[in-house]
Design a protein around this ligand. Structure first.
Ligand code: XUL
Ligand code: CO
Length: 439
């Protein structure tokens, strides 16, 4: 049965096409830098936004027109229908990966046991659809923030029973991710943070968070789950101060608690900007620390102070993001997961297609431009020149730790004139990027 009659199979038609239901820049099979576009980008659909979000905001009701949700009032039956809709959508869009929270795919029951049974029923359907279509699971996760039991956090809750409940929930979420062959498992610290330090034992909460993650590592070994664990940084929202603030904070947390080899980062564009960073800063930091895992692709609105999770349409940003990803060697287990939702006023079924096309084409442009910049060494040559003083002489001695303060003092005292400083060439580089974008 076809649910999405409004959406045909979306094909690549090239940049001259005026067909709104076609890709203008994303040509999945086209080879760029020795790899197909689809393998560079590894697009993933976020189940929570595309199948579950109904457009509710703090001021009003849901607005989304989702006729398949009207077919039944039984939550479990509706969950099964949504799976079929999800796979029909991904097939038509040519999206080969998806990501979910446990509570997106199946309704929460009265008890954990009932919730787990619901999950098993829906996972059966997902498994069949994955086999039928070849679509793969990028990562799974557990929703440890929506239910009111998580009011004070999950693994950082002051209530040990809540820690235990969260552990049991993650155990099941890991099991279903494993069963579905998930390439990864994500920890986003839903309410792991605080509102006020006045009532918070930050040290105990962070220690507990680390204990929780170590338990996950142990359990993965026990069940043979080889997928990559990710932590997704975010500075605020829902709590005032989230513990996983940004890439730098998470990397230092992982180092402190001896978790570095077990976790990589899942970096989200809107979270980067909420932290006061650019996305390319966050990705660069991950790459430089051998920790780039995956990307939650979206964009925020810098005039608004919250996580708007908009579909990426800013070509400049996707160019710089793809540049950092290429520079880092590309994705292995990860991909570009659209943690993006249609605006509340974009409520029709077609809007789901328009939004994903916009996001995929914007990243395709980013990839095309970034690949050319990389191939031509348009930026790298300038960079190489800028740091050339560390390639020989005293610079190389510094890099090779051959000199200390005394030797450097001697070197300077003997030197009549310092080597001159060079221009940083920022405006030149920025105009080169413009030239590559416009072509
Ligand atoms: C919330 C967010 C989450 C995670 C998964 O801001 O990004 O949806 O991606 O829990
Ligand atoms: Co996210």
């Amino acid at each position: 049965m076809e649910y999405l009659k409004e959406i045909p199979k979306i094909n690549y038609e090239g940049s001259k096409s005026k067909n709104p239901l076609a890709y203008k820049y994303y040509n999945p099979e086209e080879v760029i830098l020795g790899k197909k576009m689809k393998d560079h980008l590894k697009f993933s659909m976020a189940y929570w936004h595309t199948l579950v979000a109904d457009g509710t905001d703090p001021f009003g009701d849901g607005t989304m027109e989702r006729p398949w949700d009207e077919e039944t009032t039984d939550p479990l039956e509706r969950a099964k229908i949504r799976v079929r809709v999800a796979f029909e959508f991904m097939e038509k869009m040519g999206i080969e990966y998806f990501a979910f929270h446990d509570r997106d795919i199946a309704p929460e029951g009265e008890t954990l046991e009932e919730s787990n049974k619901n999950l098993d029923v829906v996972v059966d359907v997902i498994e069949k659809e994955m086999k039928r279509t070849g679509i793969k699971l990028l990562w799974g996760t557990a929703n440890l923030f929506a239910n009111k039991r998580f009011v004070n956090g999950a693994s950082t809750s002051p209530n040990a029973d809540i820690f235990a409940f969260a552990a049991a929930q993650v155990k099941k979420a890991m099991e279903i991710t494993h069963r579905l062959g998930g390439a990864g498992y994500t920890f986003w610290g839903g309410r792991e943070g605080y509102e006020t330090l006045l009532n918070t034992d930050m040290k105990l909460e962070q220690d507990n968070f680390a204990r929780f993650l170590h338990m996950a590592v142990d359990y993965a070994k026990e069940i043979g789950f080889k997928g990559q664990f990710y932590i997704e940084p975010k500075p605020k929202e829902p709590t005032k101060h989230q513990y996983d603030f940004d890439s730098a904070t998470v990397l230092s947390f992982l180092r402190k608690y001896d978790l570095m080899g077990h976790f990589k980062l899942n970096i989200e564009t809107n979270h980067a900007t909420l932290a006061g960073h650019t996305m390319n800063h966050e990705v660069r930091l991950a790459v430089d620390n051998d920790s780039l895992g995956s990307v939650d692709a979206n964009q925020g609105d810098l005039l608004l102070g919250w996580d708007t999770d908009q579909f990426p349409t800013n070509v400049y940003d996707t160019t710089l993001t793809m540049y950092e990803i290429i520079r880092g060697g590309g994705f292995t287990t990860g991909g570009l997961n659209f943690d993006s939702k249609v605006r509340r006023a974009s409520f029709t079924v077609e809007d789901l297609a328009y939004a994903h096309i916009a996001g995929m084409d914007t990243y395709a442009i980013g990839l095309r431009v970034a690949a050319k910049l990389w191939e031509d060494k348009a930026i790298e040559d300038i960079l190489d020149k800028r740091y050339a003083s560390y390639k020989d002489g005293i610079g190389l001695d510094i890099v090779n730790k051959k000199v200390g303060f005394k030797e450097l003092e001697e070197y300077i005292l003997n030197k009549k004139e310092l080597d001159s400083n060079d221009s940083g060439r920022q405006e030149l580089i920025e105009s080169i990027i413009n030239q590559y974008i416009i072509g």
